[in-house]
Design a protein. Sequence first.
Length: 513
Amino acid sequence: MKKSERLVFDLNNLPTDVALLHTIIASIASTNERLLHQLRESNRRQFGRKAESVSELQMALFEQQIQAQLAAMPKLEVSPAPPKEPGVGHGRGIPAESIPRHNEHYPLAADQKTCPDCSTTLKKIGTESRNVVEYIPSSLVVRVQTCEKWACPCCMDKVVTSDLPDLPVAKGMAGEGLLAHVVTSKYADHLPLYRQSVILKRQGYPVSRSTLGDWVAQVADKLKPVYLAMKADVLKSKVIHSDDTTVPVLAEKDPKNRSKKRKAATGRLWTWVGDKDHPHIVYSFSANRRQQWPLDFIGGWRGYLQADAYSGYHPLYARGIKEVACWAHARRKYVEAMETDPTRGQSAVAFIHKLYDVEREAKAMSPRDRKRLRQAHAKPALDAFKAWLDAQALIVLPKSVMGQAMAYSLNQWAALNTYLEDGDLAIDNNPAERAVRGIALGRKNWLFAGSHEGGERAAILYSVIESCKRHGVDPFEYLRDVVGTIAGVPPKRIKELLPANWKAAKVEQAKAA
């Protein structure tokens, strides 16, 4: 029976065949379980915790139960956990050295400089200081740029004017710092333009949301060469992590009826995370989720692609790209199934915990040693897990939540094992999931992209912002510098403006200063 079909029968005229009744009851039980699971998941997403937490005590119990199945597996010697760095109590952070210091001196009053007991004059023995962190609201500054006009005293119609620097945006009053602030506020801090418009007006500069939108569009257009250079660099990676998330996009206005409301369609932002040798995060926008979009982005690239089980990636794998599945996805399905089948759910998660125990030990290793450790310890655990899945799949209802979780693992089994063959591969797709998390958070604030072009510009700006974060670069400082200088950079030197290269150049400049 298809998911869209509904079992219908007459309660007053039930069949008498026992086997048929058993089939009906099993189908009803499976449907009820699936519907209850959907209801629980809906409530959890809306009201509950987002973390996939599992009781450590329960996990310890189930891990003990599966030890017999892993008896032949070589024992993994777990290194002691590194000592934790002492934390700063009460949430008090240490102010960065870059924050300006303003010294305030509070001298002792003249009438307090004598001893209250013997009236002897006190002597100064030192000072004692404390730090008070103050906040000064951000402010706007008007830079009045004046050019000189010179004229020939004999030929009064001959006038020469001194040059003014080019404006970062055409026909605009915004300087590089203001543009960097607007872009960073929206794409790094998730502050929509209409709120920024209100804030700027409160600070004395009334500017419309549409004007801010024009500024953002021009900044994105300026940064497109940097974006293309980052994309080219990511496509040199041996391993790429990919994921996607929805972005509502408003349809174009009807030229025959301007007053008609614009409906929102569901677009997509895809993330492509390069490996450690090509450490950039690039996004691409598409109007839908058709398989042509990942195909268009990847082009002729060959390597390892780590992603979810979306069928749109299958043409890429048919080309020779190696599929790497995600154990975090597989684990999530068993955590969700615990509500209806806690015993099997806990057992499955216990097996997966064994795999992550190996990864914790392998984290600091070289790729070659990491592969050896996985072959010695993770592969036997995977073999035991596969045997357990094959046995349990015979007695679990296929349409139940647990049955679907097991089907996902078994269907993806080859791709879930790919990470064993190369130490440069990760056990899960968490780098890509982290890369789309900021978009999901921003989407709750700015709600939608204004057009298809707006979605493509968002992809450019998110690529720059997230790549800056990956390299520990302040997006505001980067944008303020690059937006003002990129116009004079020849195409052959655009690579110098990539966040990693820009940061390295700034470090060298600081050393030379």
